[in-house]
Write a protein that binds this ligand. Sequence first.
Ligand code: DX5
Ligand code: ZN
Length: 220
Amino acid sequence: MKYILAPSVLAADFKVLGEQIRLTEENGAEYLHFDVMDGMFVPSISFGIPVLKSIRSATKQVMDVHLMIQEPIRYAEAFRDAGADILTVHLEACEDILSTIKKIRECNMKAGLSICPETDVKKVEKLLDKIDMLLIMSVHPGFGGQSFIPDSLEKIRTARAMAKEQGLKLDIQVDGGIYHRNVRDVLDAGVNIVVAGSAVFRGNPAENTKKFMEIIKNYG
Ligand code: DX5
Ligand code: ZN
């Protein structure tokens, strides 16, 4: 199992976005987490295709795009063309989740499936063998800088157990309220991809990334 850090650019200083991304890449963050919000599925509006297109050329990191938008199937091709490597959609935002996952894979991207804190993880049990990554939200989607919801740990443990039962080497990602002080808890629960926004970009992104990588690389 590969342990990966995915800094969320939502928390970055957009005046110097390229520079901030570079600091995370050169200190070992293999993914870049890109939070797209439409003001409908979640209350906030963040950024979209033009920004993704421009940062695509600025980094070699895996572009891990988290769509917090209604009916994301409509934008699969546009995000592929803009440079997304992984496209994660919310179970709660899709009319037809199976067609949406199929469309993402037809576009040669990895398919991620995300569930909100209030969604029972049992709801995705029959979908695990159809996706590449399961994203367990540990905050209510829509904002960075929130506190980690402790119940998420049990959800992660259940998801990891379900994947094991099905013989799946599934990537499980956690997103929201992850800091140096609690990252080991989510790794212990079964996560292998960690999203962190504020904990990376508030203060010194290079130092913060380095500290996460020390914990993640030495884990297991
Ligand atoms: C929230 C986003 C998260 C958020 C993480 O809706 O999906 O990726 O940016 O930010 P922190 O790590 O500050 O909670
Ligand atoms: Zn996210």
